[in-house]
Design a binder for this molecule. Structure first.
Ligand SMILES: *Cc1c(COP(=O)(O)O)cnc(C)c1O
Length: 426
């Protein structure tokens, strides 16, 4: 019996499903999850001493790979000064200054402790600032687990076959309207149906919780124009795309201005951090300046700020890393397509920036309906085959594969050898 299996038995006695976040339970791939002992660079090591090339990267934060020396050193230094003060610190000011400097169209930042909190708070701010209750989200986009956004959500909310959740009152979700990603007509129809009532449109500018689906040409521009026409705010949930597509995130990558932007994952450098950001006029609606209440005992935590700052500083001084990881991802995706063609595997591989997702369907995937056409049973077989060969992928179809700066040519070569063998067997 594997040590991971023994640990999972113990875990299931005291943690629901043996985990603290559902996708980690490996249910979509019908396997015992690997318990992880440590990670370094592009590799993670499980409790049985097995080494894997890691393409989960803690679901995105590890842009620079695991255990990056600059981040580790910053954290080690910070802990010597105490873990939490519940009072302002210089590090959080520096962090906010750096973000304002790197990200287009934002003047102020509020730090929180997770992506969920960031998005939940941004929605409250959008509603408070516009005096409107309704919001438009897209089917298959995931924005964390707060009540009003857990409607037709993506990620493991999808893999479990429950696009919504028990315990969310109808009265709350009646204000959440759902449109189709890459289908502007579905957004316009909702604006027409609810004139003067829509506070904001929120989306992942690259949908990365239904696999990976890039915005079609004109889609983001069209959303910007619709929001302007109907007096609604455009909210980019950049919890994945922030500091991943470019130093300035999707706003910079696509050249589109959002009114509010949320961050998480990468900005914490592996520590729990989220943030929501916007213009001074909007952000000063937040307490203590304005009437929109939001607070946090551990928000701006000094150790978390140290990790985030070290990661963002590295990014700012190495902007060329984005060219390099995008190039690696493009090549890897191309080689995966070639392997699929060689073996006659029906797989459609989406890639944008350093994000990749294979869908097990012969058709191209540009919408959520297309994404749902993937054969998830085949994804599970692909996943298990790759894991056996030492490649650690997201244990569910509707997730992204993350490339970090730590992945080497040899890692990609080994990954492709595994892909080739697994596609042949499929
Ligand atoms: C992960 C994610 C969230 C939620 O962040 P947590 O830190 O898990 O609460 C929100 N939005 C997007 C786009 C995400 O990928």
């Amino acid at each position: 019996m594997l040590r991971s299996e023994k640990l999972f038995d113990r875990a299931q006695r005291v943690l629901p499903g043996g985990v603290n976040s559902p996708v980690r339970a490996f249910r979509a791939v019908d396997l015992c999850p690997r318990f992880i002992e440590r990670a370094d660079g592009p590799y993670i090591y499980d409790a049985d001493g097995r080494k894997y090339i890691d393409y989960v990267c803690s679901w995105g934060p590890m842009l620079l790979g695991h255990n990056h020396p600059a981040i580790r050193a910053a954290v080690e230094q910070a802990v010597q000064h105490g873990l939490s003060f519940g009072a302002p610190t210089e590090a959080e000011v520096e962090m906010a200054e750096l973000m304002v400097d790197m990200v287009p169209n934002i003047e102020m930042v509020r730090m929180v402790n997770s992506g969920t909190e960031a998005v939940m708070s941004a929605i409250r701010l959008a509603r408070g600032a516009t005096g409107r209750d309704k919001l438009i989200k897209f089917e298959g986009c995931y924005h964390g687990h707060s009540d009003c956004l857990l409607v037709n959500a993506g990620s493991s909310a999808l893999a479990g076959g429950h696009p919504s959740s028990a315990g969310v009152p109808e009265d709350i979700v009646k204000h959440t309207l759902t449109a189709q990603f890459n289908r502007l007509d579905t957004v316009e129809a909702l604006f027409d149906e609810w004139p003067g009532q829509i506070a904001c449109v929120i989306l992942e500018p690259v949908a990365a919780n239904m696999g990976v689906v890039a915005p079609s040409p004109g889609f983001l521009e069209g959303l910007r124009a619709l929001c302007d026409r109907y007096g609604a705010l455009l909210v980019f949930d950049e919890v994945i795309t922030g500091f991943r597509l470019a130093p300035g995130g999707a706003q910079e990558y696509f050249g589109i201005k959002a009114d509010l932007v949320t961050f998480g994952k990468i900005i914490g450098g592996g520590m729990p951090v989220g943030a929501y950001c916007g213009s001074r006029a909007l952000m000063e609606q937040v307490a203590p300046c304005g009437p929109v209440y939001q607070a946090g005992t551990l928000s701006g935590n000094p150790v978390a700020m140290a990790a985030g700052l070290a990661q963002l500083r590295h990014i700012r001084s190495h902007p060329e890393l984005y060219v390099s990881i995008e190039h690696s991802a493009k090549e890897l995706a191309a080689e995966m397509r070639a392997a699929a063609a060689a073996h006659g595997t029906d797989v459609s591989i989406n890639q944008i920036g350093s994000l990749i997702a294979p869908f097990f369907t012969p058709n191209g995937v540009t919408t959520f309906v297309d994404a749902k056409g993937s054969d998830v049973g085949r994804y599970a077989r692909y996943f298990r085959g790759m894991l056996e060969r030492g490649i650690y992928l997201a244990p569910a179809q509707f997730e992204a594969m993350f490339i970090s700066t730590a992945h080497t040519k040899e890692d990609f070569q080994r990954t492709l050898e595994a892909v080739d063998a697994v596609f042949a067997a499929l």
